[in-house]
Design a protein around this ligand. Structure first.
Ligand SMILES: Cc1cc2nc3c(=O)[nH]c(=O)nc-3n(C[C@H](O)[C@H](O)[C@H](O)COP(=O)(O)OP(=O)(O)OC[C@H]3O[C@@H](n4cnc5c(N)ncnc54)[C@H](O)[C@@H]3O)c2cc1C
Length: 425
């Protein structure tokens, strides 16, 4: 079971994971002097404004994924970039705490996954997912606008849409978690566990956002954090939380005192309730089959596009360099997914300790003191800034952030804050 000259690979789903899988396959196959026939089936038209043409996310690209694009010979075109993010501003108990980019090389950008909000006005923004799919097309991938209805196992698996049926040497599932995976039950695939999030878009409130992402906590109940993210003429509102109510976004704007930013009344321009992965899929590889991106696993609450890049590359590498059997994917692909899952355990620990800190006014005050105290230090040595920047942007692994946060420097500064608290009663 190996890829040969002329082998056909069908990728179902043309979001970032699908396009990355195609681009990695072509690159690695060329290095191995292999000529592949690669097809992507994608149900959406990314040129359509609103949820129908969009893969529904906050649209922040971490600096690691921006750097990784270069390994595929890609660089983000200016018309895809909406805003360069310079800072995160945390809104905590009525105070604002700015966290500036820790170093100039770690540039991050906001993008649109589709063509902007449903009620947006021309000029419509250019979709990141659409651009990526175009890159695959330009490199020879056969991109078809179609929804796969079934994927059946066999000597060669078969993919069927309403009008066509193809057999393939390898099928890659990249359907994310916002649509049912069209796999026959015999594959034994169980999709990842998910939570429902809430999102909307608003006109960019003048003077409020500039190039900062604003992060809020506490309200509505169940919120882990909510972000207001500048994207060109608009701002995205993304609420990450557990069991958020259906009207979470309006509730959030009201509860956080943000409605005054929109003097002409309700300004919600889009609205969707996408799913986010909170635990990996099982049965995500088999003979001649691998799932990538959200359909397999992602990083907890951040950098899902970066995780799509990593899983797509690992699955493509296993297929080209090892082979197409279950054992090949177990040896070459599974360890990469397991590393992401292990890193997410550190993420859970960090979010738990963050919750505990926020629940204690004493700890919160000590932590705020530690951040304010390091503001005068050179950017590279601001440890708490680096921890928070990494937590929110996905620029560093959760393990690295965890190790930083239990390091001597971070703990000493935190302790110093607690001592000052005590002194002041
Ligand atoms: C609220 C929220 C905010 C987020 N914010 C960020 C962020 O700021 N930065 C970040 O990096 N990540 C973020 N993420 C995560 C990110 O959206 C995902 O990790 C990422 O989109 C996964 O890419 P994917 O290609 O695996 O899946 P998707 O992006 O979901 O793409 C799947 C594609 O498959 C297509 N498809 C599905 N079924 C079929 C079918 N049967 N036939 C043909 N095509 C099909 C769909 O149309 C879609 O285009 C966020 C997620 C949520 C929910």
């Amino acid at each position: 079971m190996r890829l040969e000259n002329g082998s056909r690979v069908i990728i179902v789903g043309g979001g970032p994971a699908g396009s990355f899988a195609a681009l990695h396959l072509l690159r690695l196959a060329a290095e191995a002097s292999l000529r592949l026939e690669v097809m992507i089936l994608e149900a959406r038209d990314f040129n359509r404004p609103g949820p129908g043409g969009c893969n529904k996310c906050a649209g922040i690209l971490s600096s690691t994924v921006i750097r990784k694009l270069q390994t595929l010979g890609l660089s983000l075109p200016p018309d895809v970039i909406q805003t360069e993010i310079e800072a995160y501003v945390l809104h905590l108990g009525g105070a604002q705490l700015p966290i500036r980019r820790p170093d100039a090389t770690r540039r991050i950008f906001s993008v649109y996954r589709g063509s902007g909000p449903r009620l947006g006005q021309p000029q419509f923004p250019r979709s990141f997912d659409g651009w990526l799919l175009d890159q695959a097309r330009e490199r020879g991938v056969d991109v078809r606008r179609a929804r796969a209805q079934t994927i059946r196992p066999g000597v060669r698996p078969a993919v069927a849409t309403a009008h066509d049926r193809w057999e393939a040497d390898l099928v890659i599932l990249a359907t994310g978690v916002n649509a049912r995976a069209p796999l026959a039950a015999e594959w034994g695939y169980r999709p990842p566990r998910t939570e429902t999030m809430a999102q909307d878009e608003v006109p960019l409130p003048s003077g409020f956002l500039d190039s900062s992402v604003h992060i809020f906590f506490d309200h509505p109940p169940g919120l882990i954090f909510g972000g207001l993210i500048p994207k060109g003429r608009y701002a995205n509102i993304s609420l990450l939380g557990r069991k958020l109510p259906p009207d979470a976004v309006s509730d959030f704007l009201e509860g956080q005192g943000l409605t005054s930013l929109f003097p002409n009344g309700s300004a919600l321009l889009c609205g969707c309730a996408p799913r986010v992965v909170i635990a990996p899929a099982s049965g995500y590889y088999a003979d001649r089959f691998a799932a990538v991106g959200d359909a397999a696993i992602t990083r907890l609450y951040k950098d899902g596009i970066g995780a799509s890049f990593i899983t797509a590359e690992a699955a493509a590498r296993a297929a080209v360099e090892r082979g197409l059997s279950r054992a090949d994917f177990a040896a070459g692909y599974r360890p990469v997914c397991q590393r992401i899952a292990a890193d997410n355990l550190f993420g859970r620990l960090l979010f738990r300790s963050w919750d505990a800190t926020r629940g204690s006014p004493f700890l919160m005050k000590a932590w705020r003191r530690a951040i304010v105290a390091e503001a005068d230090q050179p950017p590279a040595t601001r440890i708490h800034t680096r921890i928070l920047w990494g937590m929110f942007t996905g620029d560093e692994s959760y393990r690295q952030i965890f190790l930083l946060s239990i390091g001597r420097r971070a703990l000493a500064e935190f302790l110093q804050g607690m001592i000052q608290n005590r002194r002041e009663g």
